[in-house]
Design a protein around this ligand. Structure first.
Ligand SMILES: [Zn+2]
Length: 484
């Protein structure tokens, strides 16, 4: 475990040793979902990358504080042009409901999707609409420093006031001036100037401000929310490569202009998921979500494994064949866990006491330390699994060998995140229906804050020879050792 963690920093365009601001602690900000519709598989690849990164840092010994924001206003339908309509407002009009209804529904769905993929919850999911004050304070600061100006349509950041503009994306102001990428809105001083505050007193979601009624620009939201919850400079800021420009370039400009300090130390960007070479979000017709996978008989965890098997900086070409291969690997994992469980349950005390195979764990750690090389880490896991399979087939595996094997697999699983849910599934298969029912009643009692009843049910479950553990994927029932 001596290998130093290295990451590819999009800002310096090289792989660098990771040094956190505070030794032993790491802060991460992920650009979260715009909650106007169900997140598709391309979005979920991003959140899986975020999960592998957070778990990888924890695996390397860091105490991590992780924030994922929720964009529920201000993200325009043509954000790259700083134009268009608010995505939630557009969807709300289409569905004849309020933007708040859309946000409520999609935030709930997003949390379900994260849980389905066994993604660890972030420490906070701040919502843009709950942080308008922080955004306005930041805008006021930029106006005071003459780095933002007011026109009849809104407040704009003046890109020419920030000489380092373009340092992340490589876009120069000259290119942007000449290029046709950015539509020239006639009241902007430079075509790349971007809205911090949009005046619109007819908007479905609007707030008063010292300058006029309206709503915030998308970019200022992430600056305000990241700085509200994390000290600057933030260690790591992530997003998809499509967020680099203009979103992250603009975040850097307005944050560093306002505070006079570096905003982020390491920028990490994941490549996109493509279907037949097309960006998933722009694919006409079929929108792939976790439901599409289930409908076709795949486990969402097969998707987790598929993403783990591709390096985050490599484009991932989604195909049903590739997913089927991942599903087959997942089935193999499940079979192996069942066979191993017949020798020794994973919950046996001997497993907690056993030392993991240090060579395998070192190789796994080395792979992750190398810019989160998950395909290499998966190769280590697969090679360990195949030697375990050989032992299971060729000879009797002793209980102590099984304990070491479990300890090793559960160590991998701190990042892989597959065995936890698989063991829950396997355990659930062996649990009698009356015990499952007691556990469901206990969940119900807990959701109603009836803790006395929940405790009573827990005792009843215990007396029947089972324990119930609350994990981040929900309650897990385990048969107590020695009970037959
Ligand atoms: Zn963002």
């Amino acid at each position: 475990m001596s290998t130093k963690l290295h990451v590819y920093n999009s800002l310096t365009k090289q792989v660098e040793p990771f040094e956190s601001l505070v030794k032993g602690k790491a802060t991460i900000y992920h650009c979260g979902p715009t909650v106007y519709k169900r997140q598709h598989l391309g979005n979920m690849r991003r959140f899986l990358f975020a999960d592998f990164l957070r778990r990888g840092l924890e695996f390397a010994g860091y105490e991590v504080r992780e924030i994922t924001n929720i964009t529920d206003v201000g993200h325009l339908t043509q954000d790259e042009l700083d134009a268009g309509e608010d995505k939630l407002a557009a969807e709300a009009r289409k569905q004849k409901v309020t933007p708040q209804d859309i946000a409520k529904r999609e935030i709930k769905q997003f949390q379900v999707d994260l849980q389905t993929l066994n993604i660890q919850p972030s420490h906070k999911y701040p919502r843009a609409t709950h942080h308008i004050k922080e955004m306005q304070d930041l805008i006021a600061e930029l106006i005071a420093k003459q780095q933002a100006y007011q026109t009849k349509t809104g407040i704009y950041f003046a890109v020419t006031s920030f000489p380092q503009y373009g340092k992340l994306s490589g876009n120069t102001l000259e290119d942007l001036q000449a290029g046709k990428r950015i539509a020239i809105r006639n009241d902007k001083k430079h075509p790349a100037d971007f809205a911090l505050w949009v005046f619109d007193d007819q908007a479905l979601q609007k707030w008063d401000s010292p300058w006029g009624t309206g709503y915030p620009g998308w970019h200022i939201e992430c600056s305000a929310m990241s700085m509200a919850y994390l000290p600057t400079p933030i260690d790591i800021h992530t997003g998809g490569v499509d967020n680099k420009f203009p979103h992250h370039e603009n975040e850097i400009a307005q944050s560093e202009a306002a505070t006079g300090r570096p905003f982020v130390r390491y920028w990490l960007h994941n490549e996109l998921l493509k279907v037949a070479g097309q960006k998933l979000a722009k694919r006409a017709g079929e929108q792939l979500t976790l439901d599409t996978l289930s409908e076709r008989g795949f486990s969402p965890l097969a998707f987790r494994l598929l993403v783990f098997g591709a390096h985050y900086r490599q484009r991932l070409d989604f195909s049903w064949e590739a997913l089927a291969a991942a599903q087959e690997n997942l089935n193999n994992l499940e079979r192996l866990a069942r066979r191993l469980g017949e020798i020794l349950p994973s919950t046996d005390e001997a497993v907690a006491r056993a030392d993991a195979d240090s060579q395998a764990v070192d190789d796994f750690a080395t792979a992750l330390a190398n810019d989160l090389n998950t395909p290499q880490a998966l190769a280590v896991v697969n090679s360990y699994l195949s030697s375990t399979n050989q032992k299971l087939e060729s000879a009797e595996m002793s209980k102590s060998e099984a304990a070491v094997t479990w300890a090793t697999l559960l160590t991998f699983d701190r990042v892989l995140g597959l065995f936890g849910p698989l063991l829950t599934k396997i355990g659930a298969d062996r649990i009698p229906p009356e015990i499952k029912q007691l556990a469901e009643q206990r969940e119900q009692a807990r959701s109603e804050n009836n803790f006395a009843e929940a405790d009573r049910l827990r005792v009843e479950i215990e007396q029947a020879g089972f324990t119930v553990e609350d994990t981040n994927t929900g309650p897990r029932l385990i048969k107590k050792a020695g009970n037959s």
